[in-house]
Design a protein around this ligand. Structure first.
Ligand SMILES: Nc1ncnc2c1ncn2[C@@H]1O[C@H](COP(=O)(O)OP(=O)(O)O)[C@@H](O)[C@H]1O
Ligand SMILES: [Mg+2]
Length: 239
């Protein structure tokens, strides 16, 4: 479902060009639950932005459902993003003045789904994530783990083909982390395709496949020991 071929992203600062992603080739099949794991600075967010159609690579290709999306313009990219991808972030990013149900209904409102229909859909989604009793709570009336479950329900509202979660447990305590990981397990069993991005090897092991990244490069199986990460630093291509 997802396939990248030699994705490379270069950033130039102070006359130095750095390869945040260096020929990244990976694939994630439909219905698969994959973790992309690596330390800070390894290129995870850069990769997530490209996989999420928020950014394009400097070179290389990204195929989503077999279609090359690496060369699309901003408008086309935004359309693919809205239709295909559900995002979950470390900081939840819920709107504080809206109820849980309104937060989940928001993406549907923005694409023109009528009020009654979108509120019913939001209720069903909140029931799916175990928050059927919290429809009218605002984010501040919910625990961190509950807020992240609302954010996951919102990410699913437009029935994306890919759920992309960047450090979804990064702000959570142990119990809430477990609740969110259990929900991702449940969604995986229900057939969702999930890419989880994390620096935490323990969290990554919950996925069925781990893709290790260090210094913008995918590590081979033999190098997946987390301690191997420290040996790498990003390649600097000085002009
Ligand atoms: N907009 C940018 N401009 C310049 N350098 C960047 C930019 N974004 C990321 N980088 C660099 O690219 C590398 C990878 O960053 P990032 O993808 O954020 O890693 P991670 O999410 O794994 O911490 C880092 O060395 C970072 O400093
Ligand atoms: Mg990051």
């Amino acid at each position: 479902m997802i396939r990248t071929e030699n994705l490379t992203k270069l950033y130039t600062m102070n006359g130095k060009t750095l390869a945040a992603l260096d020929h990244v080739s990976l694939h994630v099949e439909k219905g698969e639950y994959a973790a992309i794991v690596g330390p800070s600075g390894s290129g995870k967010s850069t990769l997530m932005h490209i996989l999420g159609c928020l950014d394009t690579p400097t070179s290389g290709q990204y195929f989503l459902h077999g279609k090359d999306v690496s060369t699309l313009g901003q408008d086309e990219l935004a359309r693919v993003r809205g239709e295909e991808i559900g995002f979950v972030f470390q900081g939840f990013q819920l709107l504080p003045r809206l109820t849980a149900q309104e937060n989940v209904a928001l993406p549907l409102m923005l694409c023109g789904v009528p009020p009654q229909e979108r509120m019913t859909a939001a209720r069903d989604l909140l029931e799916q994530v175990g928050l059927g009793q919290r429809l009218r709570h605002t984010p501040s009336q919910l625990s961190g783990g509950q807020q992240q479950r609302v954010a996951i329900a919102r990410a699913l509202a437009r029935r994306p083909s890919l759920l992309l979660a960047d450090e979804p447990t990064g702000n959570l305590d142990a119990q809430s982390t477990e609740d969110v990981l259990a929900l991702l397990d449940q969604l995986h069993r229900a057939g969702h395709t999930i890419v989880l991005i994390t620096h935490d090897a323990v969290v990554a092991r919950r996925a069925e496949k781990q893709i290790a990244i260090a210094a913008g490069r995918i590590l081979s199986d033999s190098a997946k020991d987390i301690h191997a990460f420290t040996k790498f630093s990003p390649k600097i291509i000085t002009k």
